[in-house]
Design a protein around this ligand. Structure first.
Ligand code: PLP
Length: 393
């Protein structure tokens, strides 16, 4: 016997993975330059040179035992000190190492938060469509219920009327993700202020805090000077799930953190429960070598030139061709409406026949749209544009 739930998670591949696997097979048949794989969010710009320098200097300076040993579960003190100082410098905060818990990226941080905040079978975590599909698996595996606020498909900000309707006594937390996967939209300061006001009011009304989980793997990926509001500065009960997967192009190294500000209600209990949630998910410590790398590269910013060029090229071309899409100010995704007469699934299938791989929005809770990941070379986009033009004709 095995767990039915786990069997399902393990045997049912996501639509994104299906497309990716199809792309791999197709490349072997028609050649890799003739498959346009816009399915995965794997960073295409290399990690900054300073990351390599940091790895080499750590390898040269420290003993192998120190480099590869376990750290404390919450991470090395000096690493957390360095991140706290960097956040304080950037956002005018007063964090210390005690507000930080080092993790293996955003996904396990989210899992630890869900485990910490889901108290019983009735507990609900609310996501805003379009949302990262793994939230559903993480919440349900933690015995909670994911409720979804339908998308505001005009601006891809938050549909506040729907959100207010859905909040109830079982709402433990709301999860937001900005810059957003899959829409690429950045929540404005006005959106965050309004959300904060509603959550403050509702928490008072319900007699318990509604925590705001801010999932931030794309925090540094915003274009053209667009400001990404720092959510804890607006709402005190915010927990940040941060990752270096996209900002430093290190998705395979598995490194990130949870930030629990001291202002969070029941701070010590919340921090300890996130540590407990991590432990219960098998967390021992974040990779020691990459904790050290982050300490050395804490203020390194990505070079966004290629992503921004891709974004401009795609957005301008798509709108000219007649596709209807949200303006993506951040992350590396373009989210567009399925052309008239098609469902997103049908349009994805039609594109697949031309070896163009784009993901239907159904799993993101936004069934009429499709996601295109533009973390690819600009040449790939240039070659694919005439195909997109034909597809909409
Ligand atoms: N959250 C969102 C919105 C993502 O897009 C991703 C990865 O694509 C993750 C979390 C997981 O990121 P990580 O690699 O840090 O686990």
């Amino acid at each position: 016997m095995v767990s039915t739930k786990m069997y399902e998670y393990g045997s049912k591949r996501s639509c994104i993975r299906d497309l990716f696997e199809f792309g791999k097979k197709q490349k072997a048949i028609v050649g890799k330059d003739n498959v346009f794989d816009f399915s995965l969010g794997n960073p295409s710009i290399p990690a900054p040179e300073s990351v390599k320098d940091a790895i080499l200097s750590i390898l040269n300076e420290e003993t192998p035992v120190a480099i590869h040993s376990y750290s404390s579960a919450q991470g090395h003190d000096s690493v957390r000190d360095a991140i706290a100082s960097s956040l304080n410098k950037n956002y005018g905060t007063n964090y210390t190492k005690n507000n930080l818990f080092m993790t293996c990226g955003a996904a396990p941080t989210l899992m630890a938060c869900f485990k910490a905040l889901i108290c019983d079978d009735e507990s609900e975590i609310m996501a805003i469509a379009p949302y990262f599909p793994e939230y559903k698996c993480f919440v349900e595996a933690s015995n909670g219920k994911l409720t979804v606020v339908p998308a505001d498909t005009k601006s891809f900000q938050i549909h506040f009327e729907e959100l207010e309707k859905l909040i109830n006594k079982n709402t433990q937390a709301i999860i937001i993700n900005s810059p957003n996967n899959p829409s690429g939209v950045v929540y404005t300061e006005e959106t965050i202020e309004k959300l904060s006001a509603i959550l403050t009011e509702k928490s008072k009304e319900l007699g318990h805090p509604i925590y705001l989980i801010s999932d931030e793997p794309y925090r540094e990926l915003a274009y053209n000077g667009v400001k990404v509001p720092f959510v804890p500065s607006y709402y005190k009960n915010t927990i940040v799930c941060y990752s270096y997967s996209k900002s430093l192009s290190l998705p395979g190294e598995r490194i990130g953190y949870a930030l629990v500000p001291s202002e969070v209600e029941d701070f010590e209990m919340v921090y300890a429960s996130i540590a407990g949630g991590a432990r219960a998910s098998g967390h021992v410590c974040a990779p020691t070598l990459f904790q050290r790398v982050i300490e050395k590269c804490v203020d390194v910013k990505p070079n966004l030139e290629t992503y921004e060029k891709n974004r401009n090229l795609l957005y301008d071309s798509f709108t000219k061709m007649g596709y209807n899409c949200a303006k993506p100010d951040g992350a590396f995704y373009l989210f567009f409406e399925a052309p008239k007469g098609y469902t997103a699934l049908e349009f994805s299938e039609k594109a697949k026949k031309q070896n163009v791989l784009i993901v239907p929005g159904d799993d993101f809770g936004c069934p009429n749209h499709l996601r295109l990941s533009y973390c690819v070379t600009t040449e790939q986009i240039e070659k694919a544009l005439p195909i997109f033009e034909n597809l909409i004709k």
